[in-house]
Design a protein around this ligand. Sequence first.
Ligand code: FAD
Length: 341
Amino acid sequence: MQFEENKDLSALNTLGFSYKAERYVEINEDTALNEAVEYAQQKGWPVFVMGGGSNLVLTRNIPGLVIYLSKNTMQYDIRGPENCWLFKITVGAGVNWHQLVRDSVSRGLYGLENLSLIPGNTGAAPVQNIGAYGVELCDRFDSLTALHLPTNEWHEFDLASCEFGYRDSVFKHHPDEYAITSVRLLVGKDMPQETSYDSLSQLITRRYTQNEITPEIVSNTVCELRQSKLPDPSIIGNAGSFFHNPIVTRAHHEGLRQRFPNLVSYPQEDGTVKLAAGWLIDSLGLRGNRKGAVGVHDKQALVLVHHGGGTGHELLTYAEEIQQSVQDKFGVELIMEPKVL
Ligand SMILES: Cc1cc2nc3c(=O)[nH]c(=O)nc-3n(C[C@H](O)[C@H](O)[C@H](O)COP(=O)(O)OP(=O)(O)OC[C@H]3O[C@@H](n4cnc5c(N)ncnc54)[C@H](O)[C@@H]3O)c2cc1C
């Protein structure tokens, strides 16, 4: 097993911050992962599992061992005679998420198309239960296999044991404890398509009749919408949405609505109300704002950007200032979405 020392991570995190991994190794086999973890334990090295680096804010060099899981296999199985149009795909952690979506779409299978163009690897997708355009990973999830790093033992997780929530899962509550090596998802020819999300539905119904819609059309439309709004990390450093959309009580929402009639909000089934974090930041006049090397994206206020030459600390300080301003004006706590290291 080859450990690279002082591995430069600048090109391996989408914010483009220049930090190093003390040691770095790419692993594509389960037995090799067990060996690496055992070796790290003997040496007393902390282990950190990294994917595509698209949901990370690095603020320092990473001590110990960084493991990149590179297994990139995809296997489609018909799930059973009673569901012969439902397929279970078993996907290696190292498969690029968008590549997986395009692969299933090219087979005419529904299920993942709304999640097109989300950066990162499949192994990371369950960690924050990725979601976009009305679909979350948990809606298509079957099960996964993960190595429990402290004991070096293999665990299987089904839907219930992942404890999925809004950008949340059991893996967020046990940070850095598991290495997810493969994920099993359900896709199918007969799956209901989800095109009710506002902007998606508007664009699709303007162009196609219901009978014309295919997974490919949904995927292409989602890509078009995302490209029109979100900055491309290969051009400007970012980690996608920087804050969760906050959830407030109905009474809090009513009070805010009286003061801010244009407030963007989404009532939830449990009586609470989800607010659009981007709207809150936008209404502080911060869209397009820049402070040194970091700032708020000029098209999407929920995305913080790194213009180059800055540090993770600079971005964090800036994010904390935004959190404080939102708290002062709206009495709402914004929670950061990416993992801060
Ligand atoms: C432009 C842009 C748009 C985005 N849009 C969306 C969106 O629409 N919806 C959405 O939900 N997210 C979005 N994101 C966030 C990000 O793409 C997802 O969170 C993605 O799943 C992160 O994958 P990654 O491989 O880059 O993980 P990383 O950033 O490398 O890691 C993220 C976390 O997962 C852990 N992790 C990574 N791989 C594994 C593994 N195999 N086993 C265990 N833990 C692991 C890491 O330790 C870390 O804690 C966006 C990001 C960007 C830059």
